[in-house]
Design a protein around this ligand. Structure first.
Ligand SMILES: C[S@@+](CC[C@H](N)C(=O)[O-])C[C@H]1O[C@@H](n2cnc3c(N)ncnc32)[C@H](O)[C@@H]1O
Length: 275
């Protein structure tokens, strides 16, 4: 079996996730988006490029920080993400959302004061090459800020292992893929090694997400890149797969009030182009 073009496959997943991405009432990408903008030091009047903008978890805090004297361009290759975020930004004339490949943003060198990439660099075929291209779009002194998933705690690893095992019997085989979901500090540092960016700083953030029910958790998974795991469960197996997932949630994430809670470790990395 031959895989479809990896970028088209990823764009398809996020296009199907877009209507509910970050809309299920479960918080995950909001806090890191706001914190990434804060750590990038984005201020009024600046020009910002947001790569893989999705539904705007980084783009809207950046838009608030630059305000009407600045500008923000968001790029995403999932048309439904672009449509939803364009609509949400309709009253912010200094924000533009475009459809395109963030791997090769087409702007003159030195165009931006800050470039942000929220949870997308690890989805690219050659992340260090992309970071090198992005760095040339920064003006001297400009900052590049990326967020990635950090390694889970031992308890988190055990949960993910059991979640994968619980769904496996119900899933159709997965096409080959090589994008990673969690990135070590060494992997992130290597992104910048071939660039002239300096002052690479990494900070961790723990995001706590709450799920009232198993169905909330299922719908939340469908709203993220993780939906690829549920799309592989045929409709006739869905109820049994939900029950199997529920057992894993009960074992690992259940709270005294019967709801579920989970912590996700993320890493925010900012680097600067020398002045
Ligand atoms: C996990 S989501 C993150 C969205 C947003 N940055 C946030 O922090 O919530 C990744 C986004 O990157 C987009 N994306 C991934 N690779 C891309 C590429 N090569 N070009 C444009 N968009 C891309 C996806 O379509 C998706 O909207």
């Amino acid at each position: 079996m031959t895989d479809v073009d990896p970028k088209a496959r990823i764009a398809g997943i996020f296009d199907r996730a877009a209507p509910t991405y970050d809309q299920t009432g479960v918080e995950l990408f909001g806090p890191p988006g706001r914190e990434l903008v804060r750590r990038a030091g984005i201020t009024a009047g600046q020009r910002v490029l947001d790569l893989g903008c999705g539904r705007g978890n980084v783009l809207f805090p950046a838009a608030a920080a630059v305000a009407e004297t600045g500008s923000v361009v968001g790029i995403d290759f999932a048309p439904a993400m672009v449509a939803a975020t364009t609509q949400a930004a309709k009253d912010l004339p200094w924000v533009r959302v475009t459809h395109g490949d963030a791997d090769y943003p087409d702007f003159p060198p030195g165009s931006f004061d800050a470039i942000t990439a929220g949870f997308m660099v690890f989805l690219l075929p050659d992340p260090p090459a992309a970071v090198a291209r992005w760095s040339r779009l920064l003006r001297p002194g400009g900052r590049l800020a990326v967020s990635t998933f950090a390694a889970a705690t031992a308890a988190g690893e055990a949960f993910y292992r059991d979640r994968t095992a619980a769904l496996l019997p119900f899933q159709t085989p997965e096409p080959a893929r090589d994008e990673q979901s969690s990135s070590s500090p060494e992997w992130v540092a290597a992104l910048f090694a071939g660039t002239d960016l300096v002052d690479v700083t990494m900070t961790g953030l723990t995001v706590r997400s709450g799920y009232p029910t198993v169905d909330t958790y299922w719908d939340w998974m469908l709203s993220l890149g993780a939906r690829r795991q549920l799309e592989r469960v045929p409709a006739e197996h869905e109820q049994t797969a939900r029950a199997a997932l529920g057992k894993v949630l009960d074992q690992h994430l259940r709270q005294p009030d019967g709801s579920y809670r989970m912590d996700t470790e993320v890493r925010l990395t900012v680097a600067r182009r020398p002045a």
